[in-house]
Design a protein around this ligand. Structure first.
Ligand code: FMN
Length: 168
């Protein structure tokens, strides 16, 4: 039994949350952390728990256009990248041995608004017939580029631990 935490991150905050989740999971099972672009190379067919997360963009999962906006904000030369939306679309239908869990990062000022990449991701997973283990979870950043609020990495580690303990 093993796990993978697959993430997308424009400014690095979701990457920090992904690593913190993995430090919780590793208390119970082997875990790999991978950006969506690298998952094909490092994710294994026998992973039982797949945790997938990304930044909330325009109340849902990012799109090529919103990722370009994030790149421009960092004065990066725009390059085509894959996000969790595209990654979920490409998942095989016959993975009934796998359980998923979704998370996102969002700005704290939008805490009371319903839009969340984790919720959208879970909806898409269910639409494609995949099973999830837990409610979608959000972790909060102070501003669009970060940083994460204090204690969010601790909360992420605890969430990872909780997920993995359910499969133990
Ligand atoms: C184009 C764009 C749209 C965004 N839309 C939202 C939004 O609708 N709600 C929200 O809470 N945060 C929104 N944000 C803030 C992101 O959620 C924030 O940048 C992200 O959590 C940071 O994670 P990252 O460092 O992994 O990219 C948006 C950011 C960008 C760049």
């Amino acid at each position: 039994m093993g796990a993978v935490v697959v993430y997308e991150s424009s400014f690095g905050n979701t990457a920090l949350v992904a690593r913190a989740i993995a430090t919780g999971i590793v208390e119970y099972m082997h875990v790999t952390v991978a950006p969506v672009d690298d998952c094909e190379a490092v994710c294994k067919d026998n992973d039982t728990l797949v945790v997938v997360g990304g930044p909330t963009h325009e109340s849902g999962m990012s799109r090529p256009r919103t990722r370009r906006i994030a790149q421009e904000r960092q004065h990066h030369q725009p390059v085509e990248t894959e996000g969790i939306r595209e990654w979920i679309e490409e998942l095989p239908d016959d993975d009934s041995q796998v359980v998923y869990a979704t998370f996102d990062t969002r700005v704290v000022a939008a805490r009371d608004l319903p839009g969340s990449a984790a919720r959208s991701a879970q909806r898409e997973l269910h639409r494609h017939g995949h099973r999830t283990l837990a409610e979608p979870e959000s972790f909060y950043v102070a501003h669009v580029t970060g940083p994460l609020l204090p204690d969010e990495e601790k909360r992420a580690r605890e969430w990872g631990e909780q997920l993995a303990s359910q499969l133990w």
